[in-house]
Design a binder for this molecule. Structure first.
Ligand code: G1P
Length: 300
């Protein structure tokens, strides 16, 4: 049965946000380009899509996002300069981002929310299931969440969202899912969704994290979705419509993620992500860990 389902090949990455939490760094630089150690945050996300087999990547951008396109394009001048210097390893790093995936871009124009950003992908995606990856969530490549979601979508059809159990006091920061267990331990059936609920009214502590594998029926639902929380067209609200009416586009399942996730949309978490990833790097880690240990014991 799964054989007849189309193979998912397209990833959509909304990247039109203003990044106000990181001003003034993001005044003239897209927040997606802020480095996590020595790579822009967005490159980790594109690499994750490629590792899950999705090499056709559509970015939803907006004004002031040209550096994103430049980063995933060739830079012949720089390549030539590095070639002349004989710096093969840096040359490879520069070429890596332009060879990663087939990149496409569309501008959102009016920023009317995540649901609206996803709807901008409709002409490119067509009538196939596709993935959405939010750039503020980095998933450690050793914990391949998206591949698991693609497998679950092939098994059940419909849509699959990523869920993580959070401290109930924090649920108001996320989309929240009401769920029922399935026979598979890390998979739940989603029976309802609500965007950023009041913690007292939240149906669970299952938070939606920024990975989705969506049935294309979501586009028709999004066209009919009224602005919701914050006056924005919410992807969560469209998914709620799919969960409530499986006849529209199949069921909604959740993969419960227990791996490593870094939130680079928040300044404190962004710093923690850099420290953790730097500590684990083979080239930088040993020196950095030694420095960090002495910094913590002697200066804090
Ligand atoms: C978005 C979604 C929310 C989800 C979150 C995950 O919210 O609307 O449902 O839980 O991403 O990071 P945002 O953080 O963009 O406000």
């Amino acid at each position: 049965m799964t054989q007849s389902r189309p193979r998912i090949s397209k990833a959509v990455i909304p990247a039109a946000g203003l990044g106000t939490r990181f001003l003034p760094a993001t005044k003239a630089t897209p927040k997606e380009m802020l480095p996590v150690v020595d790579k822009p945050a967005i490159q980790y996300v594109v690499e994750e899509a490629v590792h899950a087999g999705l090499s056709d990547v559509l970015m939803i951008t907006g004004r002031n996002k040209r550096p994103l396109e430049d980063h995933f394009d060739r830079n012949y001048e720089l390549e030539e300069a590095l070639r002349r210097k004989g710096d093969a390893s840096r040359l490879a790093k520069v070429q890596e981002s332009s060879d990663l995936a087939t990149m496409h871009y569309v501008r959102q124009g009016d920023p009317r929310g995540l649901g609206h950003a996803v709807l901008c992908a409709a002409p490119h995606v067509g009538d196939e299931p596709f993935a959405v990856l939010l750039g503020d969530d980095l998933i450690d490549e050793r914990d391949p969440l998206l591949s698991r979601m693609v497998d679950i979508q092939r098994l059940h059809g419909g849509s699959v969202i990523a869920l993580m159990e959070v401290d109930p006091a924090q649920i108001g920061l996320y989309g929240c899912a009401a769920v029922k267990p399935t026979e598979t331990e890390d998979v739940v059936a989603v029976t309802g969704l609500v965007e950023k609920p009041d913690p007292d009214e939240a149906p669970s502590n299952y938070a939606v994290i920024g990975r989705y594998v969506l049935d294309p029926a979501i586009f028709d639902v999004l066209r009919e979705t009224e602005p919701g929380r914050g006056g924005e067209i919410q992807l969560t609200d469209a998914l709620q419509a799919l969960a409530a009416e499986p006849g529209l586009g199949g069921p909604v399942h959740g993969v419960v993620f227990q791996g490593r996730r870094y939130d680079t949309g928040d300044r404190g978490d962004y710093l923690r992500a850099i420290v953790r990833l730097a500590c684990e790097r083979e080239d930088l880690g040993p020196d950095f860990r030694a420095w960090l240990r002495s910094y913590v014991t002697e200066e804090m």
